[in-house]
Design a binder for this molecule. Structure first.
Ligand code: 13P
Ligand code: SF4
Length: 321
């Protein structure tokens, strides 16, 4: 039997299970292309949080990482949320242990805490606002300028926000293991080779890369910029699997991934890669691994997520939208 046949069978099985379970499959732009193709919605963290808030499905299958599935569960206590691989974590979550954060944060009792959605549920529960890369600036700008702000856990996104908002932010020193390894030297060489190609970079990148960028934005922002641009070729400074979605959105354009410092394949997120089509089928069939969260923690973490939606959408998305 060929691999294609096995894949076709699996896809048929996933489709049948999706109907039987009344499930919705959400996939992040960093997911393997075959998982993006099977999803009902593909998007960035904000778009997927909105989808999770609005869904009427009984089961949410999150083809992404644990903090994303946890956010879906926080928004949907009554629905079953499953993640194909429970070990799909995130270096930003791992780099900000909640108890260490609590002790560190106590130095600035008057500060408001803005937490990147790429964080643990415990960290969210200690926050005033969450944000994603596409609304972080809006959230920071909604806070009165005389109020000190702690931003955690991504120091690169935080430094970028401090620069664009002209505010001093107190930064937790975390970073994304994928975005911190892009090579600025390679950006310079590629720009020389392709002078017409704009550099598109995610704000999780280091400043040494961001300083060469023509556009800085979330994954959805990067995709939209490329789709609307008159340019034909782009240098892409974010997780490489987004190129699959970019090619679908703009099939006649060329996307060149920016290489990493060592030339390794570390521009692909190892956590996202843990999810596979077989694991997707298994979790739809078995409704496991399931995301469960203690109710008091869920309520505490919901508050800053709702505060984020109020700032960026004017209201929390509802199922009637
Ligand atoms: P966005 O989805 O906000 O672009 O963030 C990218 C990311 O790192 C998700 O893990
Ligand atoms: Fe976390 Fe970076 Fe992977 Fe996103 S790409 S899930 S921030 S490690």
């Amino acid at each position: 039997m060929t691999t294609t046949l096995i894949r076709d069978d699996l896809e048929l099985e996933i489709d049948a299970l999706r109907k039987e379970r009344n499930a919705v499959i959400l996939a992040h732009f960093y997911q393997r292309p075959e998982l993006q193709d099977l999803a009902d919605h593909v998007g960035d963290s904000l778009q997927l949080s909105r989808q999770a808030a609005k869904t009427t499905a009984d089961v949410i299958v999150f083809a992404g990482v644990k903090f994303m599935a946890e956010t879906a569960k926080i928004l949907n206590p009554g629905r079953t949320v499953v993640l194909p691989d429970l070990e799909a974590g995130c270096s930003l979550v791992d780099g900000c242990p909640p108890e260490q954060f609590r002790a560190w944060r106590a130095q600035w009792p008057d500060a408001l805490v803005v937490t990147y959605i790429n964080s643990s549920i415990e960290l969210k529960a200690m926050s005033d606002y969450t944000c994603t890369s596409s609304n972080a600036r809006q959230v920071i700008e909604a806070i009165p300028r005389d109020r000190p702000v702690i931003f955690a856990p991504d120091k690169n996104l935080g430094a970028y926000l401090a620069k664009v908002t002209g505010r001093e932010l107190i930064l937790w020193p975390g970073s994304c293991m994928v975005h911190e390894v892009f090579s600025d030297k390679q950006v310079v060489l590629l720009k020389d080779e392709h002078p017409d190609a704009p550099v598109l970079a995610h704000p999780e990148c280091e400043e040494r890369v961001l300083r060469h960028a023509d556009y800085i934005g979330s994954t959805a922002g990067i995709l939209e910029f490329a789709r609307k641009s008159e340019k034909r070729k782009f240098l892409v400074g974010t997780e490489a699997n987004i190129i699959h979605a970019m090619k679908k959105a703009a099939p006649d354009k060329e996307f060149i991934p920016i290489p990493t410092l060592t030339g390794c394949a570390c521009n692909e997120c190892p956590h996202m890669k843990r999810n596979t089509v077989v694991k997707l089928r298994d979790c739809l069939r078995d409704l496991r691994p399931e995301i469960t969260v203690p109710e008091d923690l869920r309520r505490a973490a919901l508050r800053p997520i709702e505060a984020m939606f109020r700032v960026c959408d004017g209201a929390v998305p509802t199922r009637g939208d």
